[in-house]
Design a protein around this ligand. Structure first.
Ligand SMILES: Cc1ncc(COP(=O)(O)O)c(C=O)c1O
Length: 536
């Protein structure tokens, strides 16, 4: 380190250094170099990096100088990443991580819950870096979104390139290239060849809303059957179909009318043990559905049944193929449309392009989002042309629907799936994941380990169960295992989410996660489980 700088910095007389640095930036004069004890701009940059590393920026700002933080932050600095450091905002009041978090807590609605009171600064592959300097292994993928890892270079590059060409090519004005190119990429990925008509929107909830509108419009019927434990989103129509937790609709009634609920083949819903055969659960559920159609909503009034082939927010439970096949038969018999919601389970997540492929069932309408564009807001409603041709022009649309940048990201995502053999990685890592988790089955605290591909869950026993009537209640099990394990993993450097009204932790790592990172995450998880069980 240059002597003069060291001396000045040690005296925390950094204000003058900043003033000289700013003077250089503003007047582009090299006269200030001798005063700063540096020979050239490179040396000045290095010294500024060191100063920032020593958290001296805040001294400068606090000193009330007229320096704008942006002048410093935007210096063409090179060098190692800084941690913890000044944040790249434009406001002097928000320059420390703590001040940003405080600002967020004060001004971001209480209606949004968070895993961690921190600012997510950067994402790269399976890792995210927080503003407090921590780098975390991410087993959440932003809730099953960044399937190719954060900021996949090809996806980000495609989006950046599209940004300079066309950002907003409004879908009611005309086609745009990435929209059509994305359809071209998705056509061969569809779980049935009849699915050849697309409409893109922004979020999963909007896709569900679009699917419901379409089902009502083309059948001329009103009622929709959703399944217990389902999650289809938080907008009004989607919220009415969401049956995983009351928190999503509490206080927001009345909801969209015409929604009925049938049981999903999850042993919990019948207070049966996890070992209950799929065939038994399938018969129970199909029989209940038939009763529903006889007692509550006639097939003549029922437009659609909507189902997630793997319920996500309801506990990461795959539907048995025979159940899905049974639904298809009932729909065909009664002229009801089958909407398959693959917003969370789609795009290779379960070890197939789409989870519905495990059953061979044809969806009438497929909803997709999340992994479609690896983080860019984009969703899709897919059906046969025969169905979508029944829609009146202008009955669908939306200002930002099928944004050009998001579609370009979607094209790059689909290309990367193929070029990088992602499906192979999913299936190889999935085997390893189940291998790491399998020994936990012998623990009395663990009720079930289940899932497909890299959409996997561990369910813990609960001392309270759902109520005193719950025969699966285990009074000796540790309380609130799922949230405690998730929190402990966080303390150990990994984000992992809980799910459902039960004690479930879900694994949703990036689909291109390395062998090493998968093992690292599993080691953290197993260690956390052992600790919590020990603590009781
Ligand atoms: C199956 C399913 N459908 C719909 C949605 C809603 O998607 P979004 O949050 O993008 O509105 C989700 C979100 O988690 C989902 O998992």
């Amino acid at each position: 380190m240059c002597k003069t700088f060291e001396k000045v910095a040690s005296e925390v007389n950094v204000v003058s250094i900043r003033v000289f640095a700013l003077a250089y930036l503003m007047h582009k004069t090299t006269h200030v170099f001798p005063l700063l004890g540096v020979r050239n701009i490179e040396q000045l940059n290095e010294n500024i990096i060191r100063a920032r590393n020593q958290r001296l920026v805040s001294h400068v700002l606090k000193a009330g100088s007229s320096l704008k933080p942006t002048h410093i932050v935007h210096l063409p600095i090179r060098g190692e990443p800084l941690a913890p450091r000044a944040m790249s905002t434009t406001s002097p009041a928000l320059q420390s991580h703590a001040s940003l978090v405080e600002f967020g807590k004060r001004h971001v609605t209480k209606g949004i819950a968070r895993q961690v009171e921190a600012v997510i600064e950067k994402g790269e592959g399976s890792y995210i870096t927080l503003g407090d300097g921590r780098t975390m292994l991410d087993f959440t993928c932003g809730i099953a979104v960044t399937n190719l890892g954060h900021c996949h270079p090809k996806v980000s590059a495609a989006a950046a390139e599209q940004c300079m060409k066309l950002v907003h090519g409004q879908c009611s004005i005309g086609f745009h290239g990435p929209y059509l190119e994305l359809i071209e990429r998705l056509l061969p990925m569809m779980p049935h060849k009849s699915l050849d008509s697309f409409y893109f929107w922004n979020s999963g909830s909007e896709a569900v809303e679009g699917a419901v509108k379409m089902a009502r419009a083309v059948t001329g019927k009103q009622n929709i059957i959703a399944l217990q434990g389902a999650y289809h989103g938080r907008t009004y129509g989607a919220m009415a179909l969401t049956k995983s937790k009351t928190i999503y609709s509490e206080g927001f009634h009345p909801l969209m009318p015409g929604v009925f609920t049938a049981p999903f083949p999850y042993w919990h819903h019948f207070s049966l043990p996890p070992t209950t055969p799929a065939s038994q659960l399938t018969s129970l559920c199909l029989n209940q559905l038939e009763l529903l159609l006889q007692q509550q909503t006639s097939p003549k009034d029922t437009a659609a049944i909507i189902i997630e082939p793997v319920i996500g927010e309801g506990g990461y439970v795959p539907a048995p193929p025979e159940f899905l096949q049974g639904l298809r038969k009932i729909c065909d018999r009664d002229g009801i449309l089958l909407i398959v919601d693959e917003v969370q389970s789609g795009f290779l997540r379960t070890g197939k392009n789409f989870a519905i492929e495990y059953s061979g069932v044809r969806p009438d309408i497929l909803t997709v989002a999340k992994g479609l564009a690896n983080g860019f807001p984009l969703s899709g409603i897919v059906s046969s042309r025969e169905l979508s041709d029944k829609l009146k022009p202008s009955s669908m649309g939306g200002t930002y629907a099928g944004n050009a940048v998001a579609c370009a990201a979607g094209v790059a995502t689909a290309d990367a799936f193929k070029e990088e053999n992602i499906l192979e990685n999913v299936n190889a890592r999935s085997k390893e994941l189940f291998g790491y988790l399998e020994p936990l089955r012998s623990s009395a605290a663990v009720l079930d380990i289940r899932g497909q591909g890299l959409m996997v869950a561990v369910e813990f026993a609960s001392p309270t169960g759902t109520s005193i009537h719950d025969p699966l209640r285990n009074p000796s099990a540790p309380a609130k295992m799922a949230s405690r394990v998730s929190k402990r993993c966080q303390e150990k450097g990994m984000f992992i989410l809980t799910t459902s009204a039960y004690e479930v932790v879900r694994f949703i790592p990036a689909l291109n996660i390395s062998k090493e990172d998968l093992k690292k995450g599993c080691d953290i998880f197993v260690e956390a489980v052992e600790e919590i069980v020990h603590e009781g």
